[in-house]
Design a protein around this ligand. Structure first.
Ligand SMILES: Cc1cc2nc3c(=O)[nH]c(=O)nc-3n(C[C@H](O)[C@H](O)[C@H](O)COP(=O)(O)OP(=O)(O)OC[C@H]3O[C@@H](n4cnc5c(N)ncnc54)[C@H](O)[C@@H]3O)c2cc1C
Length: 268
C-alpha cells in the first residue's frame, strides 16, 4: 500500500547518522504491518535493515537475536539438540505467519507492533527473555520481556528509541516449552495464547499469556502440584481480561486455564 504522507525515507548505515528524531517518523523493519494499511500520521521512515541488526548467535549461555532477524531465519536455523525450549518460538511463528510474512517480518517488528494478539511477546515472556533498547545517542538499557509492552500497541520505547536485540538464557532453552493457541478458526485472530516453559533444574513453570488480556503477562507456578491453584492465580495475578463480541472475559479466563493445563501436560 502507498503511504501518501511520507516525505522522508532514511537508510542509515550507523545509528550516529541520526542526529534528530521527528515525531512523525517511525522505524521500518520488515514493513509487513507498516505497508498493510494507511498510516496517516507517518511523515518519515527510518529503515533498520542497513544497520545489520539481524544477528542470530548461539552460545553456551543462551541465544541472542538481533531485532531485524526474520521469522524465516528462525524457522530455517538448526538448533542445539539440548534446547527443547526453542520449540515454542518456532511453533508460535508457524501458527502466525504465512510464507510471505515469514520471509519479511522480523522478531523486533512483531514485539514493537505490540498487538494484543502478538505471538512473540508471550513466547519470550515464558522463556524469560531480556530486551536491549538503544536510543539515538547509542545508550543501551535492558528490560525484562514481561515489562516491555504497556498497552495495546504501546511499549516502553521512547521517541527515537529502538529495540536492538533479544537475549534468551540457555537455562530456559534447556527445558521444554509449549505453545498453545485458541481461536474461533485457524485464520481468525487468537482469543487466547498461552506459552509455557519449565526450568530444567528447579522444575518451576513460567507462562506467557496474551490475546485474552490487553497486555501480555507472566504467570509463575513453582511446581506441577500447584496446578490446583491455577484459577486463583489467574484471578489474582492476571489483569485486563478482554471482553468483546467474540468472547466474554470469563470465557477467555477459563480457556486460559485450559491452555495452561495443556501446557503442563506437554511439559511434564
Ligand atoms: C493483517 C495482519 C494481521 C496480523 N496478525 C497478527 C497476529 O495475529 N499475531 C501477530 O503476532 N502478528 C500479527 N501481525 C503482525 C505480523 O506478523 C508482523 O510481525 C508485523 O507485521 C511486524 O513485522 P515487521 O518486521 O514487518 O514490522 P514493520 O511492519 O516494519 O513494523 C511494525 C512496527 O514496529 C516498529 N518497529 C519495527 N522494528 C522496530 C525496532 N527494532 N525498534 C522499534 N520499533 C520497531 C515499526 O516502527 C512499526 O511501528 C499481523 C500483520 C498483518 C499485516
Amino acid at each position: 500500500m502507498d503511504l501518501h504522507n511520507l516525505h522522508t525515507y532514511i537508510r542509515p548505515q550507523q545509528l550516529e547518522e541520526l542526529t534528530a528524531w521527528d515525531p512523525g517518523w517511525n522505524w521500518l523493519a520488515g514493513g509487513t504491518w507498516l505497508f498493510s494499511q494507511p498510516q496517516p500520521h507517518l511523515r518519515g521512515l527510518v529503515d533498520l535493515q542497513p544497520l545489520g541488526w539481524d544477528e542470530l548467535e548461539i552460545c553456551s549461555e543462551g541465544l541472542t537475536l538481533g531485532a531485524t532477524c526474520t521469522f524465516e531465519r528462525l524457522l530455517q536455523q538448526e538448533w542445539p539438540p539440548d534446547w527443547p525450549g526453542i520449540r515454542a518460538l518456532c511453533d508460535g511463528i508457524a501458527a502466525l505467519a504465512s510464507f510471505k510474512v515469514a520471509h519479511c517480518a522480523t522478531v523486533g517488528g512483531n514485539l514493537c507492533l505490540a498487538l494484543t494478539v502478538g505471538v512473540m511477546a508471550p513466547v519470550l515472556i515464558a522463556l524469560e527473555a531480556t530486551y536491549t533498547l538503544v536510543n539515538l545517542q547509542g545508550s543501551l538499557r535492558q528490560i525484562p520481556a514481561s515489562q516491555f509492552q504497556i498497552g495495546p500497541q504501546q511499549t516502553l520505547l521512547q521517541a527515537g528509541e529502538a529495540l536492538r536485540r533479544i537475549w534468551i538464557p540457555a537455562q530456559r532453552l534447556r527445558g521444554p516449552s509449549s505453545f498453545q493457541r485458541l481461536g474461533l478458526a485457524q485464520t481468525d485472530p487468537a482469543l487466547v495464547i498461552v506459552v509455557g516453559s519449565r526450568d530444567p533444574d528447579s522444575g518451576a513453570y513460567c507462562f506467557g499469556l496474551n490475546a485474552a488480556v490487553s497486555v501480555p503477562q507472566a504467570l509463575r507456578i513453582p511446581s506441577p502440584g500447584d496446578s490446583t491453584l491455577i484459577p486463583q492465580l489467574l484471578q489474582e495475578h492476571i489483569h485486563g481480561w478482554i471482553a468483546d463480541f467474540r468472547a466474554s472475559s470469563l470465557y477467555r479466563r477459563r480457556m486460559s486455564e485450559v491452555l495452561i493445563r495443556r501446557c503442563l501436560a506437554a511439559l511434564s
